[in-house]
Ligand binder design. Structure first.
Ligand code: BG6
Length: 487
């Protein structure tokens, strides 16, 4: 079946970078195979070096073979896909070189244009300025901004102000790829299409929420970038905050982009700003030391790069409080780290226990109900309930069982988050992208903690690569009489 999507020219700045090879090209390749790209649409890579179109196509083929599974790569499909691929050389220090892009885009002046900025954010302003100078921005143009948009509120504002000189807010798509993950979108489906959860979703019934994103990998050759940002800026301020918003937000009045984003921003504005005492008690920052991971020994964060010093955290854990009616007194525990025991991302909603147990003197204790939303490695949703152990025993013995809420995949290929998000940009649907006020509210909250860390209010802890993170993270939650779901 031919699906007719908007006809557009998509230009990728930083098109020979890691993200483009690992994520963007594979996503476009799948969209093309699944007929989600208009057959006339073009994907234009902006490269720094001069390269012929056939050299570029050969390079993309090699990269797709590297980053797609064997089963997903197909010569015939690649041949179709390669018809869409174009390359232009632009040297950001030589504005005249934008003429190369201009000649290509002007072949079809009426097409919608998507500009994907996957460069260092320091180039975002100048790229937009040059696009404007060469009259390459139309009312139908969109610009996609990859994170990180700045290192703090001030630098993020500076970048956004620059981009907003040339694009309207409605044309700007700030990407957070976590929002493109199917299970993440399912949080809204689960919450707002099941009446069952409606009366339970508040401080009367929920004890606390845990959000964990652990990775077994280290910084993977991205030390230069990572050391500037660290876990708080790379993961917590954006990905984990977005997950927190979806769990905590009020029901939007519709699925319209602004209805959803209005509710998310209210959550971000309700985050309690931490005092120095809060930073000391409610935050943990740590760096990994040598250990073993993925079946072999791995060096520590600094040793791997031959560095002697860095104050960048590769792990962060926090207790976050939301000051509004629904969440009063319900802590959200967040943690994220590199070089952890395994790749594991999940959201755990832990309900309060029953007010009185009639099973206590039968020797059965009742574990609290939990809703566990797993994003990685496997996507799944489980509701943990108590159930009677079958049998004739006169003891009413109970056990916790999982109610699985998983839907079998309708297609053979499971779409990656970038496929969903790129398609939404093509369709001009900004619902899953961050609005300016969301980004700013998240920075406002994070800045206070980052400043406290810069002043050493809380010392940097250490944890061995391949284990469960610093003991301080266990203590953080244990102080409140709770424990992490996986402990
Ligand atoms: C990126 C971070 O945004 O997300 C990386 O910059 C991190 O450091 C990655 O590894 C994690 O994404 P995912 O989808 O693999 O959990």
């Amino acid at each position: 079946m031919e699906i007719v999507e908007n006809l557009c020219d998509i230009t990728i700045f930083g098109g020979h970078g890691d993200l483009a090879f690992r994520k963007l090209m594979p996503a476009f390749y799948h969209l093309c195979n699944d007929k989600y790209l208009n057959s006339e649409s073009r994907i234009i890579t902006v490269a720094r070096q001069n390269m012929s179109r056939s050299e570029h196509i050969d390079l993309i083929k090699v990269k797709l073979q590297e980053f797609l599974t064997k089963k997903d790569f197909n010569e015939l499909q690649f041949e179709q896909f390669s018809k869409k691929l174009h390359v232009v050389e632009i040297d950001f220090d030589d504005e005249k070189s934008y003429k190369n892009l201009q000649s290509l885009l002007e072949e079809y002046p009426d097409r919608e244009r998507v500009n994907y900025l996957s460069t260092s954010p320091s180039f975002y302003g100048s790229i937009c300025k040059s696009l404007s100078k060469f009259e390459l921005i139309t009312s139908q143009s969109r610009v996609v901004l990859e994170k990180p948009i700045g290192r703090d509120l001030k630098s993020s504002r500076k970048i956004n102000v620059e981009v907003l000189k040339y694009f309207q807010e409605s044309q700007i798509y700030r990407i957070d790829h976590y929002l493109g993950k199917d299970t993440v979108q399912n949080i809204m489906a689960l919450r707002f299409s099941n009446r069952l959860f409606m009366p339970l979703w508040d401080s009367s019934n929920i004890d606390h929420v845990q959000i964990t994103v652990s990775e077994s990998v280290g910084v993977e050759g991205r030390w230069g970038y990572y050391d500037e940002y660290g876990a708080m800026r790379d993961m917590i301020q954006n990905h984990l905050m977005q997950l927190l918003c979806l769990v905590a937000m009020e029901p939007p009045c519709s699925l319209e982009a602004d209805s959803v984003r209005d509710e998310k921003v209210k959550v971000l504005r309700s985050l309690r700003l931490m005092s120095p005492a809060d930073i000391e008690q409610k935050t943990v920052r740590a760096q990994y030391s040598a250990g073993s991971s993925e079946g072999g020994p791995v060096p520590g964060y600094l040793e791997g790069e031959g560095m002697s010093e860095s104050t960048t955290e590769t792990f962060a854990a926090l207790r976050v409080d939301i000051d509004n009616w629904r969440w009063n007194g319900v802590p959200f525990y967040l943690r994220s780290g590199k070089r952890m025991r395994g790749r594991n991302s999940e959201i755990v909603i832990q309900f309060k226990n029953v007010p009185h147990s009639i099973f206590a003197n039968k020797g059965s204790c009742i574990s609290e109900n939990k809703l566990v939303i797993s994003l990685q490695p496997k996507e799944s949703i489980q509701l943990k309930l108590m159930n009677k152990i079958p049998g004739l025993s006169d003891q009413m013995r109970l056990q916790q069982v999982d109610l699985e809420l998983n839907t079998p995949l309708q297609t053979t290929h499971k779409p990656d988050a970038y496929e969903r998000l790129l398609l939404d940009v093509i369709r001009s649907n900004p619902t899953l992208f961050m609005r300016l006020d969301e980004v700013e509210a998240a920075w406002k909250w994070a800045d206070v903690i980052l400043e406290g860390w810069a002043e050493n209010i809380v010392s940097m802890k250490s944890y061995s690569a391949g284990l469960d993170g610093p003991s301080a993270a266990m203590q953080l939650i244990a102080r409140d009489g709770r424990s992490w779901h996986d402990e």
